[in-house]
Write a protein that binds this ligand. Structure first.
Ligand code: SF4
Length: 248
C-alpha cells in the first residue's frame, strides 16, 4: 500500500486544506477522535450557529420529497407550510420547474448519501437521475458567498461516487453532471463533467494528499485578514513559530 492510500480525506478536510493547510492539520487531529461516518451521528451542539442553521435547512430540504412529492407530481398548489417559509417556497418553485422539464428523472436517486472509499469519504446532499443511465451530483449551499471552493468540492463528490463500489452496485450510473442549489436565493448552477475532468481531478487530489503527508504546517497566506473569523485561531496562535513552515 502506498503512503497516499493511507490518507483518507473527507470533503471538508479537503476544502479546509485548500483554505488553510494549518487549519487542515488542526481539523484532522480533531477528527482522529471521531468515528468516521455520516454527519447525523455527531454532536453538533458546539458548532458555530451558521453551521447549525445549515444542518437544519438541509434536513428540511431532505424531508421535502417525503412531505411534498405527491403534491408536485399532482401539480397541487403549495401548502401553507411551504408558502410561509421563504426557503421552502423557493425550493418548491425550483422543484416544480425541474418536474416540468423532465418528470421521468425528477425524483432523486438518493438524499444525504454517505460514501467512502479507501482514500475519500463524504456525504452527498442529493443524486439526481439523468437520461442514458447518467446522474448528477447535487450540493445544497446557503449562498454563493459561502462557497469558496465549490467546483473542487463538487468534483470531489463526483470522483467519490465514480470510485465507490457501493455507488456502482446500487445505482449503476455514470456521473456526468454536478450542480449546486443555493437555498437562500433559490438559484441553481450546474456543469457537465467528463471522464477526463475526473481523471485530472484525481491526479490533482493525489498531489494534494502527498503534500498533506509532508506535515508542513503552512499558515494561510492572508491569515491576518481571517484571524478574527477563524474558529481555529485560538489553537493556531499557540503553535510556536519555529514549527510553522514559511511560504516560499
Ligand atoms: S487563524 Fe489563520 S493560519 Fe490559523 S488556522 Fe485560521 S486561517 Fe489558518
Amino acid at each position: 500500500m502506498t503512503a497516499t492510500k493511507r490518507l483518507n480525506l473527507s470533503k471538508t478536510e479537503f476544502t479546509v486544506y485548500l483554505e488553510c493547510p494549518l487549519k487542515f492539520y488542526l481539523l484532522k487531529q480533531q477528527n482522529q477522535h471521531m468515528k468516521e461516518g455520516p454527519r447525523g451521528g455527531r454532536d453538533h451542539s458546539n458548532y458555530p450557529s451558521h453551521f447549525k442553521k445549515g444542518l437544519k435547512e438541509h434536513r428540511k430540504l431532505r424531508a421535502f420529497y417525503k412531505n411534498y412529492a405527491d403534491d408536485i407530481i399532482n401539480q397541487n398548489a403549495p401548502p401553507d407550510k411551504v408558502t410561509v417559509q421563504p426557503i421552502l417556497r423557493k425550493f418548491w418553485e425550483q422543484e416544480v420547474h425541474r418536474h416540468q422539464v423532465d418528470p421521468d428523472n425528477w425524483y432523486p436517486l438518493a438524499l444525504e448519501l454517505y460514501l467512502a472509499t479507501e482514500t475519500m469519504r463524504g456525504q452527498i446532499d442529493r443524486v439526481d437521475p439523468l437520461s442514458n443511465n447518467e446522474c448528477c451530483i447535487v450540493e445544497f449551499k446557503s449562498s454563493e458567498r459561502r462557497s469558496g471552493f465549490l467546483y473542487q468540492e463538487l468534483l470531489f463528490y463526483a470522483l467519490l461516487a465514480s470510485e465507490s463500489q457501493e455507488f456502482k452496485q446500487t445505482y449503476g450510473r455514470t456521473v456526468s453532471q454536478v450542480g449546486c442549489y443555493f437555498y437562500d436565493s433559490g438559484e441553481w448552477f450546474s456543469k457537465k463533467v467528463t471522464p477526463e475532468d475526473l481523471s485530472d481531478f484525481k491526479l490533482t487530489l493525489k498531489s494534494y494528499q502527498a503534500e498533506m503527508l509532508t506535515g508542513n504546517l503552512i499558515p494561510r497566506v492572508d491569515c491576518h485578514l481571517q484571524i478574527d473569523k477563524c474558529s481555529y485561531a485560538v489553537i493556531c496562535t499557540k503553535v510556536p513559530d519555529i514549527m510553522l513552515k514559511k511560504h516560499e
